[in-house]
Write a protein that binds this ligand. Sequence first.
Ligand SMILES: N[C@H](CCC[C@H](N)C(=O)O)C(=O)O
Length: 268
Amino acid sequence: MGIAFHKMHGLGNDFVVIDARVQPVSLSEAHIRAIADRNTGVGFDQLIIIEASTEADARMRIFNADGGEVEACGNATRCVARLLGSDVRIETLGGILHGRAAAGGVSIDMGQPRFDWQTIPLAYAMDTRDMPVGWDGLERPSAVNVGNPHVVFFVADTHAVPLDMLGPRIETDALFPERINVNVATITGPSAIDLRVWERGVGLTRACGTGACATAVAAIRLGLATGPVTVSLPGGALEIAWQPGESIIMTGAATHVFSGEIDTGWLG
Ligand SMILES: N[C@H](CCC[C@H](N)C(=O)O)C(=O)O
């Protein structure tokens, strides 16, 4: 007896996806961390559990590799939409999202971004467009909530930033009571951005869909770019369309790699 899963990724941000709509699955944080282990488990950035929903076609639960449940995952939402078939509504802790097949893979309506300091959330009041804070040369970021919380730094060269060192410090700073995803971006054209992300609960990933959304929104809001924006990440590119007052539309690839089964005996 095992737990069937799909191994999938969005631009190298990889997932174990369990369809639990028929057979419910309950995993402890310790189980989730064990499956996440890239040496002794299956390995993933996020675990995705699909459940039945009374509000939408399905419910998608998102767990980071550290075992914590979170509100949104853009790359995984495209993968779930691909599994469930185009034109699907997916319930998440961050809201109900709409996915459809598109040229270039899958398009997801990610809903409207939120900017108020309490909805990021921050520990105290602050202008989230141009925050008067900094960490060793990373200065004056923006903050955006796209279902989950993001801080965005615009720098001259994203590849020159020691994100492996600064990422965890910023992720866990007391300014962010729910921790934060850390985005370091370089504007490379009027509608082009290079992006690297330190993800809350995971670390450096090859791509972050919500990070691409937050970064494109922050750039448009600051007048640094005009949409739709091509966001290039280490694992590939996403197209993000957004105008103030509208939903964010994210479009990109969703890849199915293999299907497998987790031995429940191993899981203990
Ligand atoms: N680490 C994120 C969740 C996954 C985001 C990312 N994988 C994406 O594609 O949006 C958080 O804790 O909010």
